[in-house]
Write a protein of this length. Structure first.
Length: 154
């Protein structure tokens, strides 16, 4: 496969960014708890940043899960279907997931663009669009992966 080196690099980037953001989120949340309980202080923007990092961890984690089609799914129909129907049902589910993620990517990109044009601030002086850009990017990556799973199931 000619894309193998690119996919391998993307895998490493996703894993590294996910680990880094998760560690930062845990460290910041722990700092906030300790600072509030022991010193009656904390970062004014700390809780808002933790909420943003939760969204980033969720989307990047979903991207990682989509690599090998490891998402949680409701597959009762496919489990009880005859063996000859299982592959077509899986392809249909993958195509449906691709379509939903495509719609989500499109509309979240529109939302992020609106936030950019409006100049909305998330916290401190960080623009909201910078916090939300993971939504369309993550959805697009997941959608593309499920398109590949539809064409060539794992």
């Amino acid at each position: 496969m000619p894309f193998k080196p690119v996919l391998k690099a993307l895998r490493r980037i996703e894993d590294g960014v996910l680990a880094l953001i998760l560690a930062a989120m845990i460290a910041l949340a722990a700092y906030q708890v300790i600072a509030r309980n022991l010193f009656d202080t904390g970062l004014l923007w700390g809780d808002a940043l933790v909420r943003v990092l939760v969204i980033w961890v969720a989307l990047i984690g979903a991207m990682v899960a989509s690599r090998n089609d490891d998402h949680i799914r409701i597959d009762v129909l496919a489990r009880f279907a005859p063996p000859r129907w299982q592959r077509p049902l899986k392809r249909f589910a993958n195509a449906f997931t691709c379509a939903v993620m495509g719609i989500f990517a499109w509309h979240s990109a529109r939302f992020v663009r609106f936030e950019y044009e409006d100049g909305t601030i998330a916290f401190a002086s960080v623009p909201a669009w910078a916090c939300e850009v993971v939504l369309p990017v993550g959805a697009a990556v997941i959608g593309l992966r499920y398109l590949l799973h539809t064409l060539d199931p794992p």
